[in-house]
Design a binder for this molecule. Structure first.
Ligand code: BTN
Length: 256
């Protein structure tokens, strides 16, 4: 099982960038970079991640997975499940996962995950970054309709060290399981069992240059989302944003 050595910073540009630098400098698998604040926190799809001091848990883990390259996209899905386990144990929270790996509480985003890869002298490495909103200040005012924090949901800001310890434990267990025999198939089944977005959810999918609506129909073996379009065609989504839609009594459809 991976042993996490923790490298701590008061302030850093981005824990993902630091983990990539460390991986290139031959850091072993399991190295975990944690920062109290990020000055250039990065999100999916080239977005930024608001990271004020001591308001969130900002961490990144260096991995050198023994997995076929086609299965590497399962790493962030696996991480989403580990975050769910950790938040349940440390804060008693029940969470949902919106594809691909937004962790939601009461329908709002509580945690984001960003996986990146980098070439190193020891081969290709992956870096998985996790940002969890612990305190209210972690959520910028303009996102208050769609994002939340543990403090807002439970009424108390959790102890960062307790959440971190549970997260590293759940992560190590799930990472080992993923690399074992039938680990990938098992992960897909578990992800589907833990996400209300896996099946029969009416969604809008926003891609770089187009968007469409449809109903979710489970995951491909590499974690891509299957969506049946309104025209009855199955589209496989590997990048993009998914928004849940709900039908109104008048037949019109609105974002949830
Ligand atoms: C998303 O867009 O939902 C992914 C957000 C990932 C944020 C985390 S915070 C720790 C790590 N370092 C970064 O720069 N990003 C990730």
């Amino acid at each position: 099982m991976i042993q996490s050595t923790i490298l701590r910073f008061d302030s850093i540009d981005s824990t993902n960038l630091e983990a990539i630098r460390q991986a290139r400098a031959c850091a072993p698998e399991g190295l975990c970079v944690v920062a109290r604040e990020q000055t250039a926190g990065r999100g999916r799809l080239d977005r930024s991640w608001h990271s004020p001091k001591d308001a969130g848990l900002y961490l990144s883990i260096v991995l050198r997975p023994s997995l076929a390259k086609e299965s590497w996209p399962l790493l962030p899905l696996m991480t989403g499940l580990a975050v769910g386990n950790a938040l349940s144990k440390s804060c008693g929270l029940r969470t949902d996962i919106k594809w691909p790996n937004d962790i939601l509480a009461d329908g709002r985003k509580l945690c984001g995950i960003l996986a990146e890869t980098t070439e190193t002298n020891n081969g290709l490495a992956a870096v998985v970054g996790i940002g969890i909103n612990l305190a209210r200040e972690a959520v910028p005012p303009e996102l208050s309709d769609t994002a939340t924090s543990i403090e807002s949901v439970t009424g108390a800001k959790p102890d960062l060290e307790v959440v971190l310890a549970e997260l590293l434990k759940a992560f190590a267990e799930r990472y080992e399981n993923l690399q074992s025999k039938d680990g990938c198939e098992h992960l897909i089944r578990e992800w589907c069992a833990n996400s209300s977005y896996a099946y029969d959810r009416r969604v809008r999918v926003s891609l770089q240059s187009d968007s469409f609506t449809g109903v979710t129909r489970g995951l491909e073996s590499d974690g891509a989302l299957r969506v049946e379009t309104d025209e009855g065609r199955i589209r496989i989504v590997r990048a993009g944003d998914v928004t849940a839609l709900r039908a109104q009594n008048d037949g019109s459809i609105h974002a949830e």
